[in-house]
Write a protein of this length. Structure first.
Length: 233
């Protein structure tokens, strides 16, 4: 009986040792084959937010992980604005507020060593009568007359976008979006509205002889788009 008990004890010890080894091996295998997903990229939603001055909007950060799964990041995001005087942002919640007389600012969301940016626009909500003018604010011709320019030599002209608010005319050049159509096959016609006044440029050798009309289209949130013409001879 004593021999049998000793033999049974040894079998129990061996079984326990084997169980520990098996559990350890299984644990290593799990860690090796089932790694936790890691964040690989983030984006900001909406990607081009627009907020009325003195109003708020909540931005969201969304992440894609190493398993290609996309979900909202609800904590651990740090938010910043390139210009809090234009678009103020709460660093913890992502709530933006339109400030001043409007404009654009770059919003950055950072989390887990990654970051994403979006261009946020704040705009005045009590404006009307959007107009394209030549020259600088409250000078020149309003609305802008057709600009005729030589396609061979090219040229530049200043424009600005004006609207009417409760307190009078307001310069909305940098808040508005400036587009030029059609695209040129050679040379080019562009309008840069990142500062005021906007500078529209006709590159030398832009169009064939005979002339082409290019259309400047200016848009401002909640207002109908307006246009001005450039004739390249």
């Amino acid at each position: 009986m004593a021999t049998e008990r000793r033999f049974a004890g040894k079998k129990l010890l061996l079984a326990l040792a084997f169980g520990v080894l098996l559990a350890t091996a299984f644990g290593v295998g799990c860690n090796g084959f089932f790694q936790d997903a890691t964040l690989t990229s983030i984006t900001i939603q909406p990607p081009s937010p627009q907020v009325q001055v003195d109003h708020t909007m909540t931005l969201q950060a969304w992440g894609t992980d190493s398993n290609n799964k996309r979900s909202q990041i609800k904590s651990g995001v740090v938010w910043t604005s390139s210009d809090n005087k234009v678009v103020l942002i709460d660093p913890n919640t992502g709530v933006i507020t339109g400030k001043g007389t409007g404009g654009t600012a770059t919003i950055t969301a950072a989390a887990q060593g990654l970051s994403a940016t979006a261009t946020a626009t704040s705009f005045l909500g009590n404006v009307s009568d959007l107009t394209i003018c030549t020259g600088t604010f409250n000078t020149g011709t309003c609305p802008a007359a057709t600009w005729s320019v030589s396609g061979q030599t090219g040229g530049q002209q200043n424009y600005y976008a004006k609207a009417t608010s409760d307190t009078g005319p307001v310069d909305v050049t940098t808040v508005a979006t400036w587009d030029v159509t059609p695209a040129a096959t050679t040379g080019g016609v562009t309008c840069d509205g990142t500062s005021t006044p906007a500078v529209c440029t006709v590159q030398p050798q832009t169009t064939p002889a005979g002339g082409t009309t290019y259309v400047i289209t200016v848009t401002y949130p909640d207002l109908p788009a307006v246009t001005a013409n450039i004739v390249v001879n």
